[in-house]
Design a protein around this ligand. Structure first.
Ligand SMILES: C[S@@+](CC[C@H](N)C(=O)[O-])C[C@H]1O[C@@H](n2cnc3c(N)ncnc32)[C@H](O)[C@@H]1O
Length: 390
């Protein structure tokens, strides 16, 4: 195995189990390494630090697979996958659909696996993980006996890694629509057409938190609703009605399918841009709860200024649409707009609309999307629930 020397200055970072080595942190010529190659990580002063895979095309040059002395083979991946699955046992008593493997946060960088009943959705994002594709598929079949494995490896990160995009059945019989359960609520999934790896499983706990504030007769507005998760939970908790908005026609069709599956008819659903929708409707003092769950808007630090403007606009419109004492939940899945930035935007909205915002809940991704304390990017989903005093 080739040795990769890293700069002495990052030894403390690696000793704290931080899993990434940036290209400007290496002390070996990057041209000496191939995409996806396994390397032994060394410091000239501190010796062996772990085993990583590397990609000279990427800013994140290396991702550590182990800080110990282990062989990286099928048995290594089987052990890591079994451990990730066993950590989800508690959640699997409440739902049949969870994220089973969440990349670095499950010590398997570049690998995402969701299970939806006996269907698995697989995403491989790095050339280092791609090299173990066959082993991973073998282990998943052996451990979980799935009826269908679908691949959704179509994130832009694969292009940066020099990999082609992959999307389609790996094993078993494709299903057009199938049902999953979150407690008593049913969702239908059209995984081939859906966004990301199938369903926004990361919002499961936050859907329940928001729904726990619903009172009978509450009117709810679910902005950027995707398949209707938040609004459907609210209706299941006795909300009087819900208005759903998403720019994607497919997401709105799926929302309607899910409403029907749960026997709810008290709704309106619009496939429309949320900014145009709110401008057109001019809602004021209308709703008891508004959920704002937009896409990341900011994938890089440079985009964060424009994204903040978008978030502020939505929070402003949502707050205006609330009755006195109503609740607004705002979420950001961008690492660049975290809790601190959301709070700052809320203060600006409070100032501009001359209303008080009282923080009721701080929210994060559900536990099947673990937060690794030494990989700050794994804290990617932030949400705040405010009560608005007008
Ligand atoms: C993070 S997802 C929402 C997840 C959803 N709340 C759930 O719990 O399943 C963001 C959604 O915003 C939608 N979206 C993106 N841009 C939009 C826009 N300009 N107007 C309305 N919806 C938009 C996407 O189609 C996507 O469904």
């Amino acid at each position: 195995m080739n040795k990769l020397y890293i700069k002495h200055s990052i030894v403390p970072k690696l000793r704290r189990f931080s899993p990434w080595i940036y290209v400007n942190e290496i002390d070996s010529p990057k041209e000496e390494f191939g995409s996806g190659e396994l390397v032994a990580v060394f410091s000239k002063t501190d010796g062996f630090l772990g085993t990583a895979y590397v990609n000279p095309k990427c800013t994140i040059f290396g991702r550590i697979l182990t800080f110990g002395k282990e062989s990286i083979d099928k048995a290594f991946f089987a052990k890591r996958i079994q451990k990730a699955i066993s950590k989800r046992a508690r959640l699997l008593t409440k739902t049949n659909s969870v994220r089973l493997i969440h990349s670095e946060a499950d010590f398997l960088p570049g690998l995402i696996v969701d299970c939806y009943g006996d269907t698995l959705s697989l995403q491989i994002n790095t050339s280092g993980m791609e090299a173990f594709r066959e082993d991973i598929i073998f282990i998943l079949k052996q451990e979980l006996n799935p009826s269908w494995i679908i691949e959704k490896s179509d994130e832009n990160s694969r292009t940066i890694e020099g990999l082609e995009l992959k999307n389609g059945t790996i094993f078993g019989e494709p299903k057009a629509q199938f049902e999953i359960e979150e407690g008593a609520i049913k969702f239908l999934i059209d995984i081939q057409e859906s966004q990301k790896t199938g369903f926004y499983l990361d919002q499961r706990r936050n859907r329940a938190i928001c729904a726990s504030y619903i009172k009978p007769n509450d009117k709810v507005l679910d902005l950027c609703c995707n398949a209707g998760g938040f609004g459907i939970y609210a209706l299941a908790n006795q909300a009087k009605s819900c208005v759903f908005v998403d720019i994607s026609e497919h997401a709105i069709t799926q929302t309607q399918t899910n409403l029907k599956a749960n026997k709810f008819a008290n709704y309106e659903a619009y496939a429309q841009d949320v900014f145009a929708f709110m401008k057109e409707k001019k809602y004021k003092d209308t709703f008891d709860m508004v959920i704002v769950d937009p896409p990341s808007f900011a994938k890089t630090k440079e985009q964060s200024h424009g994204a903040k403007k978008g978030f502020k606009q939505l929070l402003l419109e949502a707050t205006r649409a609330l009755k006195d004492g109503g609740l607004v939940a705002i979420f950001s899945c961008s690492f660049h707009i975290a809790k601190k930035e959301l709070l700052e935007l809320a203060m600006e909205v409070s100032h501009d609309l001359k209303v008080q915002l009282v923080l009721e809940e701080e929210m994060m991704q559900d536990s099947d999307h673990p937060c690794l304390i030494n990989a700050s990017a794994s804290f990617y989903l932030n949400g705040l629930l405010f009560r608005v005093e007008k």
